[in-house]
Write a protein that binds this ligand. Structure first.
Ligand code: GUN
Length: 291
């Protein structure tokens, strides 16, 4: 039987654990605060930001939101960031990606105070992670690690193939999984759009993490029996539904399920975990900034 790994259930447990820590911080006069910054009006980003605010409410984190006009000069976004850096009620914040084309996301990230960088994207935090001394693990890779742990899947000595080399998922996850640690010690292959014979790499894996942003890129024919399949993809594809689209992962679920020993669904797999780990990082940020 293939185990369907329930990200909603694991995320809910994590939120419950965080609630106590949040109340302890609040009692000490430092209720954690998270801000989201959205430049432009990308509908998917708006949905994500709304969900993050709802999550905060549920666990007792104070949520703040800043909208920046999509046509504004980059300086307007930089000013918003400077304000958040100075705001003692905001312990962590994220600038939702993608930003409009006339803004370089790297220039944005460098302006975020690293101690408030709950995405873990600032070069200082990336460097610390690579050096094995992470301050904030990026939310999606951390969520993937927690999902594996919840399903009792040990990564030590395993061959892990990551499909996708993004700064947000593929690269940090590869770095975390190769580390000498209880949730690392794996042998990692990172694949991308120029990889030759992708199927050979996924067939060689004990664990496949699909994070390429390509709908249903990985299917059952690319997997050996017994593979653990983690699907990070969230792709909106046109469909005859009320919303006019449906969410599809980077894995072709039905055929992959036939081969997998365990698999995450989309939605309800990695997505809720990413959101839970953002709350986790916010609590950590508040703890680090406690007087
Ligand atoms: N856009 C897609 N994923 C993310 C994320 O983890 N953080 C931010 N800031 N933007 C995103």
């Amino acid at each position: 039987m293939t185990e369907i790994i329930d990200g909603n259930a694991v995320a809910s447990e994590i939120r419950d654990d965080l609630t106590d820590a949040i109340e302890t911080l609040a009692d000490a006069g430092s209720r954690p605060g998270l801000a989201t910054v959205l430049m432009g009006d990308d509908p998917a980003s708006q949905t994500y930001v709304n969900m993050k605010q709802r999550d905060c409410e549920e666990v007792g984190i104070e949520s703040h939101h800043v909208d920046v006009d999509g046509d504004a000069p980059p300086e307007e976004l930089y000013d918003a960031i400077a304000d958040l850096n100075d705001d003692s009620e905001v312990h962590g914040y994220i600038v939702q990606a993608p930003v409009p084309d006339h803004v370089d996301y790297r220039d944005v990230i460098r302006r975020v105070d690293p101690i408030k960088d709950v995405d873990g994207f600032h070069p200082e935090n990336v460097g610390r992670l690579v050096a094995g001394d992470a301050r904030f693990r990026p939310c999606t890779p951390h969520g993937v690690q927690k999902l594996l742990e919840s399903a009792n899947i040990d990564t030590e000595g395993k061959d892990v193939t990551i499909v996708g080399r993004s700064d947000i998922v593929g690269k940090p996850l590869a770095n975390l999984l190769i580390q000498k640690s209880d949730d690392g010690n794996a042998t990692v292959t990172v694949c991308h759009s120029r990889t030759d014979d992708l199927a050979a790499k996924t067939r060689n894996a004990d664990i496949v993490v699909a994070a390429a942003g390509v709908p249903e890129l990985v299917d059952g024919s690319m997997l050996e029996d017994g593979t653990v399949v983690i699907d990070v993809g969230v792709n909106r594809v046109d469909a005859d539904t009320d919303k006019g689209y449906e969410l599809v992962g980077d894995v072709e679920f039905e055929s992959a399920k036939e081969k997998a020993s365990a698999i995450t669904p989309v939605p309800g797999g990695v997505g809720p975990m990413t959101r839970a780990m953002l709350l986790y990082n916010t609590v950590k940020a508040a703890s680090l900034q406690e007087d």
